[in-house]
Design a protein around this ligand. Structure first.
Ligand code: NDP
Length: 386
């Protein structure tokens, strides 16, 4: 029997379960590239549309795990050597963690986790696991590819419009009883006609490009491999072979690459110096793609007109993290990929992967990041170990 250690974000401050705003969520039949939705065996232990990503939600896993005799420990106490996470790590066979509230599996923690066989990300993006150490130890790393890609793409589009139209400060004026139209519109522009680019045009980046096409913007992208010609033609895309080239060309830039050693601090002072004065940067990929203090300098100097996204380093961000207080930003906690709609998909995918692992069946290649001592499946396509 296995011990499954699961780290989830804390319950709502108003108690669990929350009062839901809606009674159901739409049924999605497949992902945009034809990949099938999660296919766990049996009925998942949660109602679609329920809050399952927090501690009391338990990703709906307890019924399946306990009925098969496994030990299931769920906690949000994840940081520090006295945390419940570290106390339970030594004999855990499986660790489940969400990127929104990551249980960082550092080389030191992996060394302590002598029984660990599977690091399972409930969501997408497994950079909170030291992938090199996981490979060396033969630990499998898996996530639910596509489960929240469209959720993030929608958040990116919202952020683009919020920044360019100066929505958030204008809303604040309305709430506070004001009618300061001149103050609101002094930083408000139309997106139409602007140059929008994404670094990383994978599942999320391409979905963002598709959603922005009807806004009448010029679309650009950069990644290491070009997209198929028919997609470039359909969307009228301009390809850039370096991040520097796309940074110079765009009014609004989106980051949508995985975080690994080569992409860490891709945006530093030198990169911001290349951008147009008054450009906007959206980052719903990973906080550490940007040098934290270089972002603040770019915002304070006016090089950037706005910065938005939901990803920070570390997470949770400390209360004095400078991105919380810099001007003209549209930051949120890490929420874009954890809508109730996304939770239903990644909780079902987590169950599917657990069932495969515990019942000795292969995990789908599109869910694998590390397997058999190396980057594997989707991980081999999108990540690097250096
Ligand atoms: P994909 O793997 O589908 O796409 C990533 C793209 O990045 C690939 O197309 C790849 O193309 C490109 N890429 C990789 N390395 C580089 C590089 N050095 N320079 C330029 N492009 C590069 O991933 P997703 O679109 O599903 O997700 C992207 C990231 O978004 C995730 O890794 C995760 O960190 C983050 N994410 C955030 C969420 C949130 O809640 N905020 C939720 C889900 C994901 P190529 O190989 O051709 O370079």
């Amino acid at each position: 029997m296995s011990k499954i250690l699961c780290v989830l974000y804390p319950d709502p401050s108003t108690g669990y379960p929350p009062q839901y705003a809606r009674d159901d969520i739409p049924v999605i039949s497949s992902y945009p590239d034809g990949q099938t939705l999660p296919t766990p065996r049996g009925t998942p232990g949660f109602k679609r549309g329920a809050l399952v990503g927090c501690v009391s939600g338990e990703l709906g896993l307890r019924g399946y795990l306990e009925s098969h005799g496994h030990e299931f420990v769920v906690t949000s106490d994840k940081d520090g050597s006295n945390s419940a996470f570290e106390r339970n790590l030594a004999d855990a066979h499986v660790v489940i963690s969400q990127p929104f509230y990551p249980a960082y599996l550092t080389p030191e923690r992996i060394a302590k986790a002598r029984n660990l066989k599977l690091a399972l990300t409930a969501g997408i993006g497994s950079d909170h696991v030291d992938l090199r150490s996981a490979s060396e130890r033969g630990i499998t790393v898996a996530e639910q590819t596509f489960s929240n890609s469209i959720s993030v793409a929608e958040h990116v589009v919202m952020s683009v419009l919020a920044l360019v139209r100066n929505y958030l400060p204008s809303h604040d004026y309305a709430v506070s009883g004001g009618w300061n139209i001149a103050d609101c519109v002094s930083r408000s522009y139309d997106l139409e006609g602007m140059h929008f680019g994404t670094i990383g045009a994978g599942r999320i980046g391409l979905a963002v490009l598709r959603r922005l096409k009807p806004f009448g913007v010029h679309l650009h992208y950069n990644q290491r491999h070009r997209l198929p010609q028919d997609i470039e033609a359909e969307l009228g895309l301009t390809y850039h072979d370096t991040p520097q080239s796309i940074a110079k060309a765009c009014d609004v830039l989106n980051l949508q690459v995985p975080l690994y050693p080569k992409t860490r601090h891709m945006f530093d002072d030198a990169m911001f110096a290349l951008m147009k004065r008054g450009a906007y940067l959206i980052n719903c990929a990973r906080g550490d793609l940007c040098d934290r203090d270089a972002v603040v300098r770019a915002m304070e100097s006016g090089r950037l007109a706005g910065y938005a996204g939901d990803v920070w380093f570390p997470q949770p961000a400390p209360s004095d993290h400078p991105w919380r207080h810099m001007p003209h930003q549209g930051m949120t906690p890490h929420i874009s990929g954890s809508s109730l709609s996304a939770q239903a998909r990644y909780a079902a995918g987590t169950l599917e992967i657990l069932q495969c692992f515990l019942e000795n069946r292969p995990i789908r290649p599109e869910y694998l990041i590390v397997d058999g001592g190396r980057l594997a499946g989707v991980g081999a396509k999108s990540y690097g170990l250096s």
